[in-house]
Design a protein around this ligand. Structure first.
Ligand code: ZN
Length: 370
């Protein structure tokens, strides 16, 4: 089991690294294009590739299937289940008693039939600070109920606004209270590190711990806020279908410059997942579209240029002069990318850019633009 899992982790690490390297090559190409055209932004530097660190195992997580661990209802004790874990010794399994809280019982009971759902045979065991946690799961099939011609709402995700829709609504933000908390947390960690160093010099044996509980709490809190924002967005757009972007490493980097790596990893990637999950559980159609140039393309005339973004919040087209909140312009582009077969067929960012510029030329002709 452990080897199987390690192989899975190694594989996904390789895939992510390859994706990041491709993003870097795209960035590099972009940079050299601008350089030859002489349109390089002042102060912009050639992108540099930094080799990734090999991941290390910090927390034990056992993902076990029925060959290794089985959960059986208990009939002869006050516990609800017995978790039977196979060991290397023949016929000497570990028997772990499991008692569920009322909340958990409710979660695995089907409200329609009042019966406990059929649990999946695979379970997950995670080692946390306060002991081992058992994760149970069940499958539920929900049919997509969205009408094929339901209006499409484009979703742009970011830090300043967790969710911006193509009809101009914003949901949730990392700014304000959450950012304040992050700053306080960082200060606290700095002070603690300083204190540790000081005590170490003095030869103190028992140093204060390096664990960061408030940081973990903050990450949980940000996730809750993201969930709330996505939920609200779905509630206010009943009868619609959604379009959202696939977040590449490069887009995440671009969107989250102000955050530290830990927060970045924990949160931005969580947004598309939340959108997909919310759509699935409600039976709503949500389509993932290409993200390339969604923030640089003008949603009116398709002109693509980094200079269309004079600052983080503003979009202002250098050709047609269209002006909007930058997230709104991106959301409108994402909305239109559903069913855009020509764009889906593009192999890389370069192909996307040349397609968009072709459309821009067509727009010019159509509007008699000089
Ligand atoms: Zn324009």
């Amino acid at each position: 089991m452990a080897i199987q899992q390690a192989a899975g982790i190694a594989q996904s690490w390789r895939t992510n690294r390859a994706q990041a390297y491709q993003d870097y090559l795209d960035d590099l190409l972009d940079y050299h294009e601008h350089q030859t055209e002489g349109t390089l932004e002042e102060g912009s530097q050639e992108p540099i590739w930094k080799e990734w660190d090999v991941p290390t195992l910090r927390q034990t997580c056992i993902q076990a299937n029925a060959n290794v661990a089985t959960l059986e209802p208990s009939h002869d004790s006050t516990f609800d289940y017995w978790l039977q874990i196979s060991t290397l010794e023949f016929r000497k399994p570990l028997l772990v008693p499991v008692k569920l809280a009322a909340y958990h019982k409710e979660q695995i009971t089907d409200p329609k039939t009042g019966k406990v759902r059929k649990l999946n045979t695979s379970v997950q065991l995670n080692k946390r600070e306060d002991g081992w946690w058992l994760t149970l799961s069940y499958d539920e099939t929900i049919k997509v109920q969205t009408e094929p011609d339901a209006p499409v709402v484009g979703i742009d995700v970011g830090i300043a606004n967790f969710v911006t829709t193509s009809d101009g609504k914003h949901y949730g933000t990392f700014h304000g209270k959450l950012r304040e908390r992050q700053k306080r947390d960082r200060e606290k960690r700095r002070r603690k590190a300083k204190l540790r160093k000081c005590l170490e010099k003095k030869g103190v044996q028992k140093l204060p711990s390096t664990s960061n509980k408030s940081g973990k709490r903050l990450i949980r809190h940000v996730r809750q806020e993201i969930n709330r924002a996505v939920n609200q967005c779905f509630k206010e757009h009943q009868g619609c279908q959604f379009a959202y972007e696939h977040l590449s490493v490069a887009t995440m980097k671009h969107k989250a410059r102000a955050m530290n790596a830990y927060m970045r990893a924990a949160n931005l990637a969580h947004l598309p997942e939340q959108i997909a999950w919310n759509a699935a559980k409600r039976g709503v159609q949500a389509t993932r579209v290409k993200s390339a140039y969604s923030s640089q393309e003008c949603s009116m005339c398709h002109y693509v240029d980094r200079a269309n973004r004079p600052n983080q919040q503003t979009f202002c087209c250098r050709v047609c002069g269209y002006r909007a909140h930058a997230d709104l312009n991106a959301a409108m582009n994402i909305q239109r990318r559903v069913g855009d077969l020509a764009l889906q067929a593009c192999k890389d960012r370069k192909a996307v850019k040349s397609l968009l510029m072709q459309r821009h030329e067509a727009w010019r002709k159509q509007h008699g633009w000089p």
